[in-house]
Design a protein around this ligand. Structure first.
Ligand code: PLP
Length: 436
């Protein structure tokens, strides 16, 4: 198909709700390592990785070799049979969860399903139904996941799941209480106690939280936030579910899972995206007692699929063997330094935040009012496309640039990227000045 035929078919035959970046969708034809090429043959440096999914570079040779071999050996049998790839993956994951304590896995095909499974497990284990989620969060697109999500853009149609209440997130740049860290006493965390006492029955199944909110614009809580929240949740009989769909597998630097940066051991971790570098795998991994709480039987036709399980195990091994968690910390710190320098230069940048190779720029009209620079963010996206870099957009107001390159990029890639991002911010400023 030609590029125009693809764009026409996209319009005619996909749900109009299929969201895409840019005024005209970018048609991607192929990719390798940190680069993708569009249908016109243009090469882009990919610092978004298909929404925080390309952990080890596009079409990674080592991963693909193992996947191709598995495809020729055994492609599908379903979870009603036992296979080596599924259990080898589960065993590997069990060995790297915080404290080696989360040792039982259930595999599905997406982050949404992983979270559905986690909520079900929390409810079965505790016998309670009420769940705490966070404002500005994103947990997926099923009915339940949309009810958990704290962002109206991604909550379509009537929300039909009762018993979910939303706590304040630790959005220090726009503190929900108008306070300043650390004098605030981390009120947003302490407030969870009152939330439970006033908006639930006092008997909760647990909390679900993204350690760093992904779609929410990489909102990164201070170090006290999750320990305080964890303690409160347990006082009311609840368990802690860490949604690591974006923050897992070394993305935040040094640690395997984002929540480890706060020293909290969750009861359940959910993941997807970067786990298999683009192959569809959803993971719900739990402490054994919680997994045992799911009485009865379940199947997942594609869950634990031999090919996708092989991909996921190959990705984890690749991260481990190539020390990529350390690269995420070191190259992430280098990237962060460069982004702080851009902030000195461009008043459009109000905040720089994130951890490891998960960094964001929040764009504002001016630094005093902090009015979200929504139009300018869209303009930066278009300019970045012109400058041949891929970046993401997010935040409740759509004014946050999200930067999540593969974990195996180098400082040279960062220099190249930052130069082009600088040019994109400059072009946006010049366009705004011409309009005035
Ligand atoms: C934190 C988080 N949880 C869950 C999901 C849902 O994952 P999926 O799109 O694979 O269903 C996403 C997707 O963006 C996510 O970012």
């Amino acid at each position: 198909m030609t590029k125009d035929e693809i764009l026409l078919a996209q319009k005619e035959h996909l749900f109009p709700s299929v969201f895409h970046y840019y005024k005209t969708p970018l048609v991607i034809e192929r990719a390798k390592d940190q680069y993708v090429w569009d249908a016109d043959g243009n090469q882009y440096l990919d610092f978004f990785g298909g929404i925080v999914t390309i952990s080890v570079g596009h079409c990674n040779d080592t991963v693909n070799r193992k996947v191709h071999a598995q495809m020729d050996k055994l492609q599908h049998v379903s979870t009603v049979f036992a296979t080596e790839p599924q259990v080898a993956l589960a065993k590997k994951i069990a060995s790297i969860t915080p404290g080696g304590q989360l040792t039982k896995a259930f595999f599905t095909n997406s982050g949404t399903e992983a979270n559905e499974t986690a909520i079900l497990a929390a409810r079965c284990y505790t016998g309670a139904s009420e769940i705490i989620a966070l404002r500005h969060s994103y947990h997926g697109r099923s009915s339940m996941a949309m009810a958990l999500t704290g962002n109206s853009t991604w909550r379509l149609g009537p929300i039909t799941q009762p018993g979910i209440v939303h706590a304040h997130n630790a959005y220090c740049y726009r503190c929900p209480f108008g306070l300043k860290y650390p004098d605030c006493g981390v009120k947003c965390a302490e407030d969870v106690d009152e939330l439970i006492r006033t908006t639930t029955s006092g008997h909760i199944a647990g909390i679900i939280a993204e350690p760093i909110q992904g779609v929410g614009g990489f909102v990164t809580p201070p170090k006290e936030y999750y320990p305080i929240v964890d303690k409160i949740i347990r006082n009311y009989g609840g368990i802690f579910i860490s949604d690591e769909v974006q923050t897992g597998w070394g993305r935040t630097g040094a640690k395997w899972f984002g929540i480890e940066q706060w020293g909290v051991t969750p009861d359940i971790i959910t993941s997807a995206k970067g786990l298999a570098n683009g192959s569809p795998v959803g993971l719900t991994v739990a402490k054994p007692a919680i997994a045992d709480g799911l009485k009865g039987v379940q199947i997942s036709t594609f869950g634990g699929n031999p090919v996708t399980s092989t991909a996921a195990k190959a990705v984890i091994d690749f991260i481990e063997e190539n020390n990529l968690r350390i690269n995420a910390a070191e190259t992430g710190a280098y990237l962060r330094g460069k982004l702080e320098e851009l902030k000195e230069k461009h008043s459009l940048i109000g905040d720089v935040r994130g951890m490891g190779l998960m960094q964001a720029l929040e764009l504002v009209e001016d630094r005093t009012s902090k009015a979200p620079a929504v139009a300018a963010t869209a303009a930066v996206m278009e300019a970045a496309r012109e400058n041949r870099i891929l970046i993401g957009k997010g935040g409740l107001y759509g004014n946050v640039i999200r930067i999540t390159p593969p974990l195996n990029i180098s400082k040279t890639d960062v220099d190249e990227f930052v130069g082009r991002l600088d040019a994109s911010l400059m072009a946006t400023r010049q366009t705004a000045e011409t309009r005035v």
